[in-house]
Write a protein that binds this ligand. Structure first.
Ligand SMILES: *[C@@H]1O[C@H](CO)[C@@H](O)[C@H](O)[C@H]1NC(C)=O
Length: 480
């Protein structure tokens, strides 16, 4: 008896130690994808697992006599903003293209999460010739209310761009989403894949032909929410890079070259795409040994040199707890997107035994990038000063009061303002939005877990989408 008890005790303490040493990446990967079910708009299928959500936005598009049901709410509100939704889709697709082979049973869930967005984006691109729909739901009216998507009574205004009010930013990002997804579905549904790439080409052509920032015509309907602050040139490069990858049509390469040199950012997110485009294009320099793409490899490495600590050109802060810290509002969006680029560039480096230097730094090897990535992933999953996971429903301590209408409200009609009574309480949210990663801690590694503190407590689809790739990498035993 005693020895059996001792063995059980020993075994369970070993398990605990193991959990402390490495978070359960497989569980985190699974939950990171489950989250997307909680953001669904439109009619929900019978296999919906987050069962506290129900169908919503069932007449979306009707004010323009088109069907624009489906897609995702971007964050804690009930608006469908296509600019970040398309970026989310591109990052989910990129995660799946790079790491799908390491996702095991989650590969199918990743495809489902992509298709939920692309079914909607296809409608937006094809419903009315000459128009690209770029969003549904009046964000200013929506933000005055606190009500579940299932109960919303605010105007479902439909927004679009066209040749007379162009939006090269949102159009090129939509093209990137459709093109990247066409590769995801190539082997599993060739008909759907063909529809995606055909539509992607048309939308990219529109983005190239009619130049403009969508914020200019849509102003307060997209700003300040998803204003295209960085302009559209980065999306043109990013969109064309995805079209080039999906089609191998060298016209896209010529087009990218015609754009000339881009900015040299130290950030990557739904607005600023240059870093992503550089890493994507450098794949051709590294894996295909195409010297025409050498310049993008240099740009990718100069980006990484700005991210890594202790290089001459490093411009990235790290908190005491080790988190990359870029900006106060939803900092984890930068952490997950940059982590994706580090892990992925490391993958290309490993495949080609490539190394580089940051000025007179120590040699940078793939594992230099992987260890920074792992630190970020582990931080988010609970290895941080607060010993708290920033993924809802993961680990023993996680955010309980996220800024999210559906998660924070009971399932009953409360009208526009009735929900504020719940918003203002200290009670935990009644509905667990499993897998949601919040905006995250501040520069002091502090996290107050307050519903009204949306800069830190709001989850978004693009924080999660970029995290799927690194999680799949570490889940399959990738190590530093
Ligand atoms: C688009 O926005 C960017 C960034 O604000 C600006 O630099 C550029 O001039 C704008 N382009 C047009 C055509 O308005």
């Amino acid at each position: 008896m005693t020895s059996l008890f001792f063995l059980v005790f020993l075994f369970s303490s070993l398990l605990t130690q193991n959990v402390d040493a490495n978070p359960n990446y497989i569980e985190a990967l699974s939950k990171s994808l489950l989250f997307f079910q909680g953001q669904r708009s439109g009619p929900l299928p019978t296999d919906q697992q987050l069962s506290w959500r129900a169908s919503s936005g069932l007449s979306d598009g009707s004010s323009a006599n088109v069907d624009l049901t489906g897609g995702y709410y971007d964050a804690g509100d009930n608006v469908k903003f296509n600019f970040p939704m398309a970026f989310t889709t591109t990052m989910l697709s990129w995660s799946t293209l790079e790491y799908g082979g390491q996702m095991g049973p989650e590969l199918q869930n990743a495809r489902v999460s992509i298709r939920w967005a692309t079914d909607y984006l296809l409608k937006c691109a094809t419903a009315t010739p000459g128009k690209l729909y770029v969003g549904v739901g009046d964000p200013n009216a929506d933000h005055k209310c606190w009500e579940r998507p299932e109960d919303m009574d605010t105007p479902r205004t439909v927004y679009s761009v066209s040749s007379s009010n162009p939006g090269s930013d949102v159009a090129a990002e939509t093209a990137a989403a459709l093109a990247s997804a066409s590769m995801v579905f190539k082997e599993v549904d060739s008909e759907y894949s063909l529809l995606l790439i055909t539509t992607a080409k048309n939308v990219m052509q529109f983005a190239i032909q009619y130049r403009g920032n969508y914020s200019d015509s849509l102003s307060s309907s997209v700003c300040p929410f998803y204003c295209s602050y960085s302009g559209y040139k980065d999306e043109l490069m990013w969109g064309a890079a995805w079209l080039l990858k999906a089609t191998d049509d060298l016209n896209y390469k010529n087009f990218i070259e015609s754009l000339g040199s881009g900015d040299q950012p130290d950030i990557f997110n739904w607005d600023s795409k240059y870093a992503g485009a550089y890493v994507l294009l450098s794949q051709r320099a590294l894996l295909n040994k195409d010297i025409n793409f050498e310049v993008y490899k240099q740009e990718a490495e100069s980006f990484i040199c700005k991210i890594l600590p202790n290089t001459p050109s490093s411009s990235t802060s790290y908190t005491q707890g080790g988190m990359i810290y870029k900006l106060p509002h939803s900092n984890l969006q930068y952490v997950t997107a940059i982590t994706f680029l580090l892990t992925t560039y490391a993958k290309y480096m490993k495949a080609t035994q490539h190394t580089f230097y940051c000025g007179n730094s120590d040699i940078v090897v793939a594992d230099t990038l992987i260890s920074v990535s792992k630190r970020q992933v582990d931080y988010i999953l609970g290895e941080n000063p607060k010993k708290m996971s920033y993924m809802v429903g993961f680990g023993s301590s996680f955010p309980m009061r996220i800024h999210h209408r559906a998660s924070s409200l009971p399932s009953k009609s409360l009208g526009c303002g009735g929900g504020f009574e719940y918003y203002e309480t200290q009670n935990p949210n009644p509905n667990i939005l499993t897998g949601a990663i919040v905006g995250g801690p501040d520069e002091n590694d502090e996290y107050p877990d307050k519903r009204d503190d949306y800069m830190h407590s709001e989850p978004t689809t693009y924080i999660n989408a970029a995290f799927v790739g690194p999680l799949a990498y570490f889940a399959s035993g990738g190590s530093a």
